[in-house]
Design a binder for this molecule. Sequence first.
Ligand code: ZN
Length: 82
Amino acid sequence: MLMANWEKPLCRELEAHIAECENCRVVVNTLSKTVVLYHQLPVPEMPNAVKERLYKVLNLDDLQRSTQDRGMESSSKIAPEA
Ligand SMILES: [Zn+2]
């Protein structure tokens, strides 16, 4: 997933570097193991930052939907006039 975001020249450079650098190979191996473990977890633990963002998005979605459901009746009342 991360790889997809890398620009191709950078990706090639990294691949070449990783092929020669053991430190980076270890890092990459650890990362991919972590990703595999993450996918195997039955209930993955979400970081708080992600949770907050998710809740925000859900709340926004809820607000938008309820505003649409109420239709024009309430939106004409709320119409902002300064
Ligand atoms: Zn390196």
